[in-house]
Write a protein that binds this ligand. Structure first.
Ligand code: TGC
Ligand code: FAD
Length: 392
């Protein structure tokens, strides 16, 4: 990839809405991305390798569980800080942001919110520091958008539980030390359990041949009569609302994250359009190219404002799951459209690894599907405004 000359767009002077601490956190993540991620990410994607050494760097930067209190190793920050961190990481690559989302929102959050005090003290500090890695098992081969139908089973065997079943499409599964897994008990109630690598009968085969999120490791979680100690169940929640509450946290981060990917595509397209000459003039001088760029910055600005307002509501504990769904859906769609338009502005160069565009575009094809598809989030909004579920 050519040099990282990123210049973050801020058309509506949104920096003025941020505190000095927000800006410090944002700038420090921006510098980490420039130094540690931009120089290697293209090769990682080409080779389909997740850069594992980044985990410790992200841990040191406070990117894992930024809103979790410091007594458990978190950074104790607010939700705007968390959002800005995800924005910067996804500016680097959606796969890197995915790792932070999974670790912080889908593994640390449920242990913090639903775990016992012993579980919090045992698992959260090493996860926050990046000394351990986690993954989140909800999706199954036959239950994606409809996780309530899951067939993974937890059976009470007296001194322990027995876990049987399989999860699919799990980010970080191939190397995670711990997995927060959702399964139905004998009363058909969904429960969360912490499964540790090394438990007999637990395997994590990697999923290959992805054209998207190539710098993120994806795999399965397979449970064959895995003995789960009783103390590994999350005592604080029962039912589908447990995993869905975790998804609220991660979807919030994605709403911010994808704005970073869009900002990177726009910035690259603007620079390229001013430098690239055709018909004796920079292509930025043609109306059709200006239309693309003008529409991009308009949509980015709207998405930035949506994030900022959602973050403010989240800080006040007033953001609803449906508001989070709207932001996730709108912003991912916005980012994918911008990546496609930016690809066109770069002409043939846009399909190469010299620019980040095609990588972002391909990554966003996963982001628009995971954590609830584009259409599922539309139906969540529909249900919220009509009071009628159209899921089935
Ligand atoms: P439904 O009957 O509507 O709800 C069941 C219970 O859950 C409650 N609830 C929520 N609670 C918290 N947050 C939310 N967002 C909630 N939505 C619903 C609800 O109140 C009810 O509670 P209770 O007390 O009455 O039992 O459930 P449903 O079966 O009709 O499903 C609703 C639907 C379709 C919206 C939901 O299942 C859904 O969101 N499906 C999408 C699945 C999904 O997003 N999967 C993501 C897997 S993880 C992932 O993709 C990680 S990628 C990570 C990365 O790499 O970044
Ligand atoms: P399906 O549910 O089969 O949907 C297929 C299509 O049908 C979609 O277009 C969908 O919108 C549509 N559809 C489904 N139901 C309806 C309906 N009622 N009305 C209208 N349309 C409908 N999961 C985890 O648990 N943990 C992870 O870490 C994780 N990481 C992932 C990483 C990657 C790279 C990917 C691609 C996925 C990951 N997932 C993870 C899984 C992800 O959450 C699911 O792929 C997603 O929820 C959709 O499920 P599905 O792929 O089975 O699609």
């Amino acid at each position: 990839m050519s040099a990282d000359n990123y210049n973050a767009p801020d058309y509506y002077l949104l920096d003025e809405l941020l505190t000095d601490e927000h800006k410090l956190i944002r700038d420090s993540l921006r510098a980490i991305v420039k130094k540690e991620i931009s120089p290697i990410i293209e090769e990682c994607c080409q080779k389909a390798v997740f850069p594992k050494h980044i985990i410790k760097i992200l841990g040191n930067a406070g990117a894992f569980g930024p809103t979790i209190p410091s007594e458990y190793g978190g950074a104790g920050l607010d939700y705007i800080s968390y959002g800005l961190m995800m924005q910067e990481l996804e500016r680097g690559d959606s796969g890197i942001r995915s790792t932070a989302s999974v670790q912080g929102s889908l593994v640390m959050y449920p242990i913090y919110a639903f775990g016992s005090e012993e579980q919090r003290r045992k698992y959260l500090p090493p996860l926050a520091a990046g000394d351990k890695t986690g993954c989140f098992g909800l999706t199954e081969p036959d239950y994606g958008s409809d996780p309530g139908g899951m067939v993974t089973r937890l059976k009470d065997s007296g001194s322990h539980y027995l876990l049987n079943g399989a999860k699919m499409w799990i980010s970080n599964a191939p190397f995670a030390d711990v997995a927060v897994v959702w399964a139905k008990d004998e009363q058909d109630v969904i429960r969360g359990v912490i499964v540790e690598r090394g438990m007999k009968g637990f395997t994590t085969p990697e999923t290959h041949n992805k054209w998207s999120l190539r710098a993120s490791a994806t795999g399965e979680l397979v449970f064959d009569n895995v003995k789960i100690p009783k103390e590994n169940i999350l005592p604080g929640v029962k039912g589908l609302k447990g995993p869905l509450a975790c998804l609220n946290m991660a979807r919030y981060g994605i709403a911010w994250g994808v704005v970073g990917a869009a900002m990177d595509c726009y910035d690259s397209a603007l620079r390229y359009a001013k430098e690239r000459k055709q018909f004796g003039k920079p292509i930025a001088s043609f109306q059709l190219v200006q239309k693309k760029l003008a529409e991009m910055i308009t949509e980015i600005t709207k998405a930035q404002l949506l994030c900022w307002r959602l973050g403010t509501l989240q800080n006040e504990k007033r953001a609803t799951p449906a508001q989070i769904s709207m932001a996730k859906r709108n912003n991912v769609n916005m980012a994918i459209q911008i990546a496609r338009e930016a690809r066109q502005i770069h002409g043939a160069m846009g399909i190469t690894g010299e620019f980040p565009i095609m990588r972002h575009a391909m990554n966003l094809e996963s982001v628009i599907t995971y954590e609830g598809t584009h259409d599922i989030h539309l139906l969540i909004t529909g249900q919220d405004i009509t009071g009628i579920s159209a899921f089935q």
